[in-house]
Design a protein around this ligand. Structure first.
Ligand code: HEC
Length: 259
């Protein structure tokens, strides 16, 4: 099953898929950003709510010791630790992999996530604690990949955003992006945008969904989102900025180039 298949599913269908799947083996190893948790997931919300200065960094699973460490730059690496074990789901009481922060972290002690393997290497999960207005819209996807494939992905994610021809609509959109508040909250590597409150947008279009699974990552969703995030996700921490429709379209043309 690809991300495209997943993104076509409704929240109810995803819940069904989660219920129908076995727990699977606990994932093991190092991962950054999207390979483990789609940026903008429950985790970004936690950061956005409690520790504004932090970056989206990713998580490290350690199956042998049954722990997961979250990489958060402001505290140094591996600051928040969760215990990882198999246990009954709060959704249907059947076995799942539980990511539990209750005993290991004072910052995140009310957070608990549950994941299950929906096919070899791909896990689907849900944040199982109330931690924001859009509690039900916090989709978690975890993809375990062979090391070389993962290394290629990391390499790609480290690249700065591509230069654009200066006469294109997208280049106009980039000027809007860099000339307005967008850049105070978002990072686009290779530009002056270094904001940390919102997710890194350097490779926005490599994601299947936006807003932690709130909507598929398409031109229409992006237009709707930037016009007013509340259209897709009530209570989002990104404000509606009343952007003129002309500039809005330029902005979205630019976002679409962030591959
Ligand atoms: C006050 C901070 C702030 C400003 C200003 C801001 N954003 Fe955001 N943005 C966020 C936050 C926080 C999220 C994550 C929201 C969520 O998932 O609920 C987000 C999410 C997004 C997303 C979806 C990314 C994803 O992976 O889910 C896009 C696209 C985006 N912003 C574009 C923009 C653009 C374009 C502008 C300027 C017009 C802008 N943002 C201005 C805070 C901001």
């Amino acid at each position: 099953m690809t991300f495209d298949d997943l993104k076509a599913k409704s929240q109810a269908e995803l819940d069904e898929l989660f219920k129908a799947s076995p727990a699977g083996p606990i994932p093991n190893g190092d991962a950054q950003g999207q390979a483990i948790v789609c940026p903008g997931s429950f985790w970004s919300r936690l950061i956005a709510r409690f520790v504004h200065a932090l970056a989206w960094q990713g998580k490290v699973f350690d199956a042998e010791h049954g722990v997961l460490r979250n990489r958060i730059s402001a505290f140094g690496l591996n600051a928040i630790v969760a215990t990882v074990y198999k246990g009954p789901s709060w959704l249907d009481q059947k076995e799942c992999i539980v990511i539990d922060y209750s005993k290991t972290s004072t910052v995140a002690q009310w957070i608990r996530d549950e994941i299950r393997e929906i096919e070899p290497g791909t896990y689907l999960g849900a944040c199982a604690e109330y931690c924001g207005t859009q509690h039900t819209l916090m989709l978690l996807r975890i993809v375990a990949e062979p090391p070389d494939q993962f290394a290629r992905w990391v390499e790609q994610q480290r690249q700065a955003a591509a230069e654009l021809p200066s006469d294109s609509v997208a280049a106009a959109g980039r000027r809007v992006f860099l000339g307005t508040v967008c850049m105070t909250c978002h990072t686009v590597a290779g530009t002056d945008a270094k904001g940390r409150l919102g997710p890194d947008l350097t490779h926005l279009m490599s994601r299947a969904t936006i807003g932690a699974g709130a909507a598929p990552n398409t031109r229409e969703s992006l237009l709707s989102w930037v016009r007013n995030p509340d259209n897709l996700k009530h209570g989002s921490l990104m404000p509606a900025m009343q952007i003129d429709e002309k500039y809005l379209h330029q902005l979205v043309e630019y976002l679409l180039t962030l591959r």
